[in-house]
Design a protein around this ligand. Structure first.
Ligand SMILES: Nc1ncnc2c1ncn2[C@@H]1O[C@H](COP(=O)(O)OP(=O)(O)OP(=O)(O)O)[C@@H](O)[C@H]1O
Length: 279
């Protein structure tokens, strides 16, 4: 039975009705603020509820606290105030368990082959080598890299390295996938291809995905909801549901509905940039 682990918080009273509805949520942030040691107030107050299996994007100007949100969810830091809750299964009480993290940089170990890179989280978790290798191979197959398990990172393109990074995040079979601008450094064609592959994976695995991007187009294409943040300290500027025929594909990318949503999201984003230099 899933249970909810409540983490560092200064205010713990929650209305019973809200508590009950948490069983449908993967992640809940309520009244969260984050001020770093240097005095920078990065976030808040910030409220976000993400349903299990939902794909949402966080969009906002540079420095508005998007990565901070992901780090708080992953317990790579504690909120200054407010509540962060993450749904977990029994046996996943340790920080970070049940969560996969994909960063903009694939951060692969250059001296290890692709299989060993993907196996790393299992190795750190004490999974026996044979089982770990089999699971790493399965994760690699899921991202279309079954034939590259013995290759080294230097032999791979940028897109392939990102697939390895995704396989490494999936190898522990997390319920929640946090993705911090994973495709930002890739060329457009590779990015489009990875967008489609990610959607295919998401439809198959139904993980909860929280995806950070600077791209209005990418956020609308991928997400069921686009959450637009204000400039720092980041709060919710708009929460826009993207309703369209599923599964999405290239016809959605060229549809009027897609461009209408992009316009709507851009308009919601505009106030967050007001007063900021565009240079
Ligand atoms: N460890 C830290 N110590 C001090 N300040 C930090 C730290 N991490 C982030 N910040 C500051 O907090 C603010 C929010 O940072 P964060 O990385 O969450 O923003 P972001 O929206 O992800 O930015 P970007 O889109 O540029 O990646 C920024 O002003 C950043 O400089």
């Amino acid at each position: 039975m899933p249970r909810h682990v409540q983490r560092v918080m200064t205010e713990s009273r929650t209305a019973p009705a809200v508590e009950a509805s948490l069983t449908h949520l993967a992640v809940s942030l309520r009244g969260v603020t984050k001020t770093y040691d240097n005095g920078v107030m990065a976030l808040g107050p910030f409220d976000l509820a993400v349903r299990k299996g939902e794909f949402i994007s966080l969009l906002g100007p540079s420095g508005c606290g998007k990565s901070t949100v992901l780090r708080l969810i992953a317990e790579l830091g504690a909120p200054s105030s407010g509540t962060v809750r993450v749904a977990r299964h029994e046996g996943e009480a340790q920080p970070g368990h049940g969560i996969g993290f994909v960063f903009q940089e694939p951060t692969l170990m250059p001296w290890a082959n692709v299989r060993e890179n993907v196996r790393l989280p299992l190795k750190l978790g004490g999974v026996p080598k044979g089982e770990g290798r089999a699971r790493a191979d399965a994760a690699l197959a899921s991202v279309g890299l079954a034939d590259f398990a013995d290759a080294f990172p230097r032999e791979l393109s940028g897109g392939m390295k990102m697939r390895v990074s995704l396989a490494r995040a999936l190898v522990t079979d997390p319920d929640i996938l946090l993705m911090d601008e994973p495709f930002a450094a890739l060329d457009e064609i590779t990015r489009f291809r990875l967008n489609n592959d990610l959607l295919t994976l998401w439809r198959r695995l139904r993980k909860t995905v929280i995806f950070v991007t600077h791209s209005v187009f990418e956020s609308v294409y991928l997400s069921q909801r686009v959450v637009v943040m204000t400039a720092r300290p980041g709060r919710i500027q708009a929460d826009i549901r993207i309703e369209t025929v599923e599964p999405r594909g290239e016809e959605f990318r060229t549809s009027t509905a897609y461009s209408d949503y992009c316009r709507r999201v851009s308009a919601a984003l505009a106030p967050s940039y007001s007063g900021q230099s565009t240079l």
